[in-house]
Design a protein around this ligand. Sequence first.
Ligand code: FMN
Length: 333
Amino acid sequence: MYKNVIRPLFFQLNPECVHHLALTALRVPLFHQSLATYAKVANPKLETKLWGLNFGNPIGIAAGFDKDAVALPAWESLGFGYAEIGTITPKPQPGNPKPRIFRIPSSQALINRMGFPNDGLEAITCRLEALKQSGRWPKIPIGINIGKQKTTSLEEAGKDYLESFLALRPYADYFAINISSPNTPGLRLLQQKDALNALVRPIVEANLGADSKPVVIKIAPDLDEKEIMSVLECIAENHLHGIIATNTTIDKSSVSLKEEGGLSGAPLRQRSTEIIRFISRATGGKLPIIGVGGIFTADDAREKLDAGASLLQIYTGFIYEGPFIVRQICNKL
Ligand SMILES: Cc1cc2nc3c(=O)[nH]c(=O)nc-3n(C[C@H](O)[C@H](O)[C@H](O)COP(=O)(O)O)c2cc1C
């Protein structure tokens, strides 16, 4: 039904309009609760425990889909084992000019150059608090992905991350530090060891108390092995809790469309799996890895788990495969 009727209709429309339409629908409890019956995942073998958290299954909705945390209960209804909201910056910002999402159906891919449009800390913390008060907070773990404001210099970036970390801590089960989006100028330079150390140290210090949260780093697939090793050293030195591999790639050699931005979906699958395998070997399988990039099927998910990922995330696969992708994958895993 999704692939034969709904997706062809959606693909006639502007991708960002469809995105807003989908999120608007998913905010309505009756709508996502009615999907829950069909999306339900019942496979106890897939239950995963990590950082003291219980994941009903290892598949989460990746950062960027629910940037403003408007549809948290829906992700649980759709069978996701967890959800990662954001990227959130301290102040609201509009992101890059539209159009900024492009489909490449022949390659099962997307290119985006969103540039972290989001409502900012104040609005999002209010929304999260209201959800908590309403008693509708989902039972699945919630990760919060944080980034820097476009106008903040790289030297000052650490302050943005720390501010968001402190304000959002009461609502996060884990934090993802996003230093790998290709759409915020210079952001990916923060993956260099000295810059990364300077950025994470204040967070690590603030994270020492009783309300300590797992903190992971999200990396780009365009790093070479030496660069990945230096991120891993920083993670080890600062006792961070894991890594997300990977964000979108700037390598568009495999697709016909050459729009500026990051490429996601099927063309990213192999590279992201190679990086997961490399990290797993380099760390003796000890560092928790969240694998993301080009997961559409149970085979794609299995490939990343076999490469060493503990958890997985999906973005582009959700657009192409539809709202029941988690159940489709989990039933076959
Ligand atoms: C439209 C779009 C927006 C995204 N926004 C974010 C974001 O705000 N923060 C982030 O860390 N990743 C973002 N991503 C990257 C995804 O979280 C994911 O890492 C990437 O798309 C690879 O997974 P996929 O092949 O399943 O899409 C975005 C991806 C897309 C397609």
